[in-house]
Design a binder for this molecule. Structure first.
Ligand code: OAA
Ligand code: MG
Length: 215
């Protein structure tokens, strides 16, 4: 079994971090958080290259969010930040696809983001990236283009909370298990997609991936 299919088969949850980059918090008019904002996606949201991102029925503002994904390598329960990288098995590039109109409505009503963030196809991921290929996960470029035009170009050094801090923080509340994916938040530049759009995204010069947006 390849490492990638392992992470699909065994990954029991997708833990996501919201507003981990100042400029993205600002572009949506949100305050900078003083502690990580966590939410979950179901694993039914996963797709890989060759599958299309589907705009969910009734969504009028589907956005892309490119994010560094951390793949958990061993069971982590209440680990300290200094130890946290020992529990990381590798990385992946992920897209936190977001129904922004549904999320705005949920925010107004004080409702959860589950539908806005967890619909089918809302978690496109790259192949698994070996841990050794990213010696410093807190300093790597990530970018996203729509139809060839750059929309997001960031670096994980601008994250408010580091990978170590996030793994440690999440592990205080959720037992992190091998194959779980932690999406670390998106830099600025999110934008609205339409059917037929082609998304390309990459992590440093390690990996790139492409997804089509469909109705
Ligand atoms: O929807 C949002 O803006 C929160 C989020 O996922 C992010 O910052 O990556
Ligand atoms: Mg996100």
């Amino acid at each position: 079994m390849s490492k990638l299919s392992q992470f699909r088969t065994f990954g029991k949850k997708i833990v996501c971090v919201g507003r981990n980059y100042r400029e993205h918090a600002a572009e949506l008019g949100n305050p900078v958080p003083s502690k990580p904002i966590l939410f979950l996606k179901p694993t039914s949201a996963y797709i890989s290259e060759g599958q299309a991102i589907k705009i969910p029925q009734g969504c009028n503002d589907l956005n892309h969010e490119v994010e560094l994904g951390v793949v958990i390598g061993s069971k982590a329960i209440q680990v300290a930040p200094e130890e946290a990288l020992n529990y990381v098995g590798g990385y992946a590039l992920g897209l936190d696809m977001t129904a922004r109109d549904w999320q705005s409505e949920a925010k107004k009503q004080g409702h959860p983001w589950s539908l806005a963030k967890g619909f089918d196809t809302s978690c496109p991921v790259s192949a698994f990236i070996e841990k050794e290929k990213i010696p410093d996960p807190n300093n790597i470029d990530l970018w996203l283009k729509v139809n060839g035009e750059t929309k997001q170009a960031g670096n994980t050094k601008d994250m408010i909370f580091s990978v170590e801090y996030l793994v440690s923080y999440a592990s205080q509340y959720f037992t992190l298990e091998p194959g779980d994916l932690l999406l670390t938040g998106t830099p600025s530049g999110v934008s609205k997609l339409k059917p037929g759009d082609i998304i390309q995204a990459g992590l440093g010069n390690l990996i790139s991936m492409q997804f089509k947006v469909d109705k």
